[in-house]
Ligand binder design. Structure first.
Ligand SMILES: [Fe+2]
Length: 168
């Protein structure tokens, strides 16, 4: 059985994942306002993913006989200078998520709670992918350096991104 502290850590992480969905919704709204529909779609899909990440913990808490206590969310950043600014902010956000997942995993390891250690392994793998994804896009955006053709191509590529929970 996880300690009260570990359960609270899981609840906090669940709420942070839901908060992350809002972080990405704000970026989607900025992209929509700038008429970059593909980039907006990218962030809308990202927001759905974050909600899914939150729901996984929501369900896990129920599975271990605990209750998912939902708390309010902080306002995300809504002002962005550019598409690159969005992705750089997203990358910083994902690094913060990784830090929190690692701290939570440390706690589960200290308690030798193998169920939770195993459960969190999925998030550790996910974070490696998330950071690599944003890092890669930032490199591409810097290479494109606001070239209109390049931006249109990337926007079109991201218009095709879909949310596929079974691959999560
Ligand atoms: Fe997440």
């Amino acid at each position: 059985m996880p300690s009260e502290k570990l359960v609270q850590g899981l609840i906090d992480q669940m709420n942070f994942e839901f908060e992350s969905a809002n972080v990405y919704l704000a970026m989607a709204a900025y992209c929509q306002a700038e008429n970059w529909d593909g980039f907006a779609n990218f962030f809308l899909v990202q927001a759905e993913e974050e909600r899914f990440h939150g729901m996984k913990i929501f369900n896990y808490l129920n599975d271990i006989g605990e209750r998912a206590i939902i708390s309010g969310y902080r306002s995300p950043k809504n002002d962005f200078q550019s598409i690159l600014d969005c992705f750089e902010s997203a990358f910083q956000h994902e690094k913060e998520v990784t830090k929190r997942i690692y701290a939570l995993s440390d706690l589960a390891l200290d308690e030798r709670d193998h169920g939770t250690i195993h459960f969190l392994k999925w998030y550790i793998d996910e974070q490696i992918e998330e950071e690599a994804l944003f890092d890669n896009i930032i490199v591409k955006l810097k290479r494109i350096n606001n070239d209109t053709n390049g931006m249109f191509l990337l926007d079109r590529e991201f218009a095709a991104r879909t949310f596929t929970p079974e691959e999560q």
